[in-house]
Design a protein around this ligand. Structure first.
Ligand code: GLU
Length: 465
């Protein structure tokens, strides 16, 4: 048996991190078993599905690097197939036309509510078995009336439902369009899905889907229902808690590698190991080891993981993702140091790519001004001659190299018999506008000779005025 998993999002919004984690588990499980991973867009809800949401899913998956072996399939392109299977179920007696009016259904529901019964269809049309007539109708699945359905769940263990609890589900609406649970069944069968890995919010759909799969004579997939992700307050993770869409995490400066690593650990573990390469995960991940209890999203831990990746990935790899943040700030990467040099200089000092880009801005763009307190404290008359001397030495450097810059600063410090910070801080303010930057020689090196000299001269002017 070739393992086949699928990620089947409904395109009604953005790609939620919970969905991304499900997709990751599906992807890893398929990889581990040399199987295939399918992407299926469940866009049958025409009112709620949008093209933007489809694009957001595709963008999110691409950014995460979760490439599909098959798809994307679009359910809206498979309507003829759903109709065919509906006919098949009608012919085999596993489905029937229901002509009950809205009013009748409404009355029934109200009566059930008054009697404190679970609202469900009373199967009148199933029992009447009327010949087909020219009236609006829906098609319902004939759910078995007794016995039980066992979900073989790899995470939760067997989950048992009684058939008496299940309704005769509508599989085609009066306009002929198929309903959600039915399209999932047809697709899972047609696409040869062997492992349905999805959020635990779908547990109630599963027995209905299993009954339909059985009616179609399909081999049942195994199921793995993944517990929800909660916010710090114990409630389902939502916008209230901060970023929830995958692309929002990109915007906030996370690396896809870090988000994936964080997400895989959110609900799964391998001893107390925190950092995993994708390769390792492909070998280690087993859906059976996914935890049964809900996981709590921890922003601090995600930041820690992100920082770990910023520090340890090759600078070229980090640089590939830094580019996007440069573009957001209008930084032209050609007008300054290489991206790799920036990554090396700043990787220990920031937690996100966004921060990195913000801190890098001074190396590419004109200074927007000085931090007021910093200027007051460090750009003083006493330091002016020191800055003058440093300016001369730096101007005279034949090549703009780190060791030479370092020496020029050392020599200036020695000349005035002052401590290093006494020059480094004023220089920092002159070059970056603030007192925080990488080591002073690196800062000058990244800023480039011309801009360094200009900015020191400007600081001297500032002091004079
Ligand atoms: N389309 C469903 C959703 O986005 C998922 C269906 C499934 O995984 O079976 O929640």
């Amino acid at each position: 048996m070739t393992v086949c998993t699928r990620f089947a999002p409904s395109p009604t919004g953005y790609l939620h991190v919970g969905g991304a984690r499900t997709a990751l588990y599906c992807w890893l499980y398929a990889k581990r078993h040399q199987g295939k991973f399918i992407l299926r867009i469940e866009d049958t809800d025409l009112e709620r599905s949008t093209d933007e949401a489809v694009q957001a899913i595709l963008d999110g998956m691409a950014w995460l690097g979760l490439d599909a072996d098959e798809g994307p399939y679009y359910q809206t392109q498979r309507f003829p197939r759903y109709r065919e299977v509906t006919e098949q179920l009608l012919a085999s007696g596993h489905a029937y036309r229901c002509y009950c009016s809205k009013e009748r259904l409404e009355e029934m529901r109200e009566a059930q509510q008054t009697n404190k019964e679970k609202p469900r269809y009373d199967q009148r049309c199933r029992e009447l078995n009327l010949p087909h007539r020219e009236e609006p109708y829906v098609i319902r699945f004939s759910n078995p009336t007794d016995g039980e359905v066992v979900i073989p769940d790899l995470v939760m263990g067997d989950i048992i439902f009684q058939n008496t609890e299940l309704d005769d589900l509508i599989i085609a609406r009066s306009d002929g369009t198929p309903t959600y649970n039915f399209t999932v069944v047809v697709d899972d069968k047609d696409m040869g899905v062997t492992h349905v890995i999805r959020g635990s919010d779908h547990i109630n759909n599963t027995p209905r889907q299993i009954n339909m799969l059985k009616a179609l004579g399909a081999t049942l997939p195994l199921y793995a229902h993944i517990p929800m992700i909660l916010g710090s307050d114990g409630k389902k993770l939502s916008k209230r808690h901060g970023a929830v869409s995958v692309m929002q995490f990109r915007d906030e400066g996370f690396l896809p590698q870090a988000l994936l690593n964080y997400l895989v650990r959110l609900g799964w573990s391998h001893g107390d190991q925190e950092i995993f390469s994708l390769q390792e995960l492909c070998e280690l991940f087993d859906v059976k080891d996914v935890h049964r209890s809900a996981a709590t999203f921890d922003d601090e831990k995600l930041l820690w993981v992100n920082q770990h990746y910023l520090k340890t990935l090759p600078a070229t790899e980090v640089a590939q993702h830094l580019v996007w943040h440069f573009q957001q700030l209008g930084i032209d990467a050609n007008q300054g140091p290489t991206l790799e040099a920036v990554v090396d200089a700043l990787k220990e000092r920031v937690k996100t790519l966004k921060e990195m880009a913000e801190k890098a801005q001074v190396f590419y763009q004109p200074l927007s001004g000085y931090d007021e307190t910093a200027a007051q404290k460090f750009l003083t008359a006493t330091i002016e001659p020191v800055l003058q001397s440093a300016l001369q030495r730096l101007t005279a450097l034949p090549a703009w190299e780190l060791t030479a810059i370092h020496q020029a600063i050392q020599d200036t410090v020695a000349e005035f018999n002052i401590k290093m910070p006494a020059l480094a801080q004023p220089l920092r303010v002159a070059i970056t506008g603030s007192t925080v930057s990488p080591s002073i020689d690196v800062t000058l090196h990244l800023t480039g000779k011309q801009h360094t000299l200009e900015r020191i001269a400007a600081a001297i002017e500032f002091i004079k005025s």
